[in-house]
Ligand binder design. Sequence first.
Ligand code: NDP
Length: 249
Amino acid sequence: MADLVKGKLAIVTGGGRGIGRAICQKLAEQGASVLVVDINQESAQETVNLLQKGHHYAYHCDVSKRDDLEKLKAFSLEKFNGKSLDILVNNAGITKDSLLMKMTDEQFDDVINVNLKAVYIITQLFAKLAIDQQRPMSIVNISSIVGKTGNLGQTNYSASKAGIIGFTKSAAKELARYNIRVNAVLPGFIKTPMTAKIPEKVISKFVERIPLGRMGDPEDIANAVNFLCSDLSSYMTGAQVEVTGGLDM
Ligand code: NDP
């Protein structure tokens, strides 16, 4: 199926590498114009250089800072001719793992601020724009299967990802009347720079628990996101879509 998001205007956060980059590539391939947001300017630009068709832009900011996101909104309005977004993908995320007994307040707060608070701020800013312009919008928040299951050493991360699920459902209820859909994707264990730091031994143990017998590729997540951004999912909101190869069913 081609051009599922033809002519749509999209922002993807954390688009400089990994899952975010694959999402940008898929949306661009399917006809969207993509504004790639990342804390790393160079990697955001590298993603833009990989995108085909349409007009695409790189933007450097820290999504956990409201000031940065206000400036992103102004940049988006300038590049997209004053129009609100059709698609917002909240993908940027970090880990700062530690066992609970050793967790510092800084590790906890940093992860909550980037993974969860940023989703609240950016959604608030861009949903307001769509409501003011009476334009529909699809918002996809990247959570994680550990938001449902928990994981050793990840109280901060799994709390942030569980928070995204609750946020998604509440926002979906509030925004449905404006034709703004909000859904969450829960990836399992995906091959990206984030998981590249995990020792090989731990990876094989994990893979044993995956019924489909392999780690996911970033494109597996991008395909689900593309579907949720397209009109094929027009009757879906508040959903949590697991893309895990069956891990932790
Ligand atoms: P990566 O670490 O590979 O990529 C994350 C991207 O987000 C990086 O480019 C990073 O930039 C950027 N980023 C980090 N902090 C900020 C910030 N404050 N503002 C803007 N950009 C930022 O992660 P993945 O691709 O693996 O993960 C993407 C999403 O998917 C995350 O939300 C993650 O939690 C989630 N996920 C991933 C899974 C996996 O197995 N990989 C499983 C389940 C969920 P920089 O590199 O410069 O820090």
